[in-house]
Design a protein around this ligand. Structure first.
Ligand code: ADP
Length: 431
């Protein structure tokens, strides 16, 4: 029942997990909540025992006023739990539009915290996101030359983040450039003082390597608000005297049956489904067109799984190749197809847990959202990493006893080809 150290607000669900994963790897015990929890504090105490809490919002592409209101509600909750520093997490490709939501949320959080300055850096070198002279690179190319120009909701056409953020902010936006970051903590602090004196409220910070992020972190110890992708997190636990330890990722022992629910149709998930099947594990395919025709495929999948769960992990999937997805979308419409499949897979996930599954892998961002909702999971304790950005978690659900369940939520393109088998082996190492 201790106060939390670092309070985080993430603008989407899988981004929240990515951040929590980096914090855990650097030594913080972390819990991710689905939205702002509605329980009240008693004298500032919390029933969440963690060094960091990441409140996962879905605020990246909603109306700016709503994003601000939700972020401020998260801030109030985190401060009531004693959070000493606040971290606003956005996408490592700085996904936003000229209306926001990064700028409006950053300025609203600064105002609410009574602070006059913060930094902004989406740099995450381990994932190929680097910032140099204020320009964001995705792998070897500028953001504006990456696929992000075609993003349906937040097309990113300008790589100059000072300009991008300035368009979203009332106050001046500045830059802490690579030379300053390379010179270390004192130089960064001096630059912050200089920018503050000029009336700058937010400064984009260059970082091209993990070393840059590790040099940056101690210089930010005194700031009430930090804003970044998940990369900056690698240096923050040290500011609180914490060092990497396997204890931060400890989860309760795993038990119960094992299952995978796949709704992602990404290339990586297609390869993972193929590898899992090739390894001889039983798999049941949900056909969206048969569901649309009124067949109860979720019940069929559950009856099929019931016969097999005792013998090892089972897979229920709607994963299809691009031609298969297109054919379904042409018949049903893009949104209707997505919703139909998500609901069927969520029914399968909760049915599997009711049948005794206590180790569950879910593939797909939207699919994960639907499954977590069906399982009525409110918070996730973050455990050991399976692949970059994807940890095992432990969660409580009204569908389980007090022992809860182990859950991993994999966003589409994450994970190696053998992810599905390896995930289970990691949870209970085979001796
Ligand atoms: P990712 O993380 O790969 O984007 P998501 O779960 O977020 O995965 O999105 C996949 C979407 O595709 C979901 O809305 C899902 O319901 C939908 N879907 C899954 N299988 C099929 C299919 N066979 N045909 C059409 N849509 C599908």
């Amino acid at each position: 029942m201790s106060a939390i150290l670092l309070g985080c607000i993430a603008d989407d669900f899988t981004g929240a997990t990515d951040l929590a994963n980096n914090l855990v790897r650097a030594g913080m015990r972390a819990v991710q909540t689905i939205g702002v929890p509605d329980n009240d504090t008693v004298d500032g105490a919390t029933d969440i025992d963690a060094d960091a809490v990441v409140v996962a919002l879905k605020s990246r592409t909603i109306e700016p006023q709503q994003a601000v209101a939700q972020s401020l509600a998260a801030l109030r909750w985190l401060r009531a739990r004693g959070a000493q520093q606040i971290y606003f997490k956005y996408c490592s490709t700085f996904d936003s539009t000229p209306r926001g939501n990064i700028g409006p949320v950053v300025e609203a959080l600064l105002d609410a915290l009574g602070s006059d300055f913060t930094i902004a850096t989406p740099a995450f070198p381990d994932n190929g996101r680097t910032v140099f002279k204020g320009h964001l690179f995705v792998g070897d190319v500028l953001l504006s030359d990456s696929g992000m120009v075609d993003h349906p909701l937040t097309p990113m056409t300008d790589s100059n983040l000072v300009r991008v953020l300035q368009a979203q902010c009332r106050a001046p936006v500045g830059l802490i450039d690579h030379r300053t970051v390379a010179a270390g903590e004192l130089a960064i602090r001096a630059r912050i003082d200089q920018l503050r004196a000029q009336g700058v409220r937010v400064a984009i910070v260059d970082a091209v390597s993990n070393d840059d992020l590790l040099r940056l972190a101690p210089a930010l110890r005194h700031l009430p608000l930090l804003t970044a992708g998940s990369g900056l997190a690698i240096g923050l636990p040290a500011n609180f005297g914490l060092v990497p330890t396997s204890a931060s990722s400890a989860l309760p022992p795993a038990r119960g049956a094992r299952a995978v629910v796949c709704g992602s149709c990404s290339q990586a998930t297609n390869r993972q489904v193929a590898a899992f099947r090739a390894a001889g594990h039983p798999a049941f395919a949900l056909d969206p067109l048969r569901i649309a025709a009124g067949e109860d495929m979720a019940s069929q999948a559950l009856a099929w799984a019931w016969e097999r769960l005792g013998a090892g992990p089972v897979l229920v999937y709607s994963t299809a190749d691009p031609a298969g997805v297109r054919a379904v979308q042409q018949r049903l419409g893009l949104d209707a197809a997505g919703h139909l499949v998500e609901q069927a897979l969520a029914t399968v996930a909760s049915g599997l847990v009711a049948q005794g599954v206590r180790q569950l892998v879910v593939a797909g961002g939207e699919t994960s959202g639907a499954c977590v909702q069906a399982l009525q999971v409110r918070e996730l304790r973050i455990g050991m990493q399976i692949d970059p950005g994807v940890p095992w978690c432990h969660a409580h659900s009204p569908l389980t006893g007090p022992e809860g369940l182990h859950l991993t939520l994999k966003s589409g393109n994450f994970g190696g080809d053998d992810f599905l088998s390896r995930a289970f082996n990691l949870l209970t190492p085979i001796t």
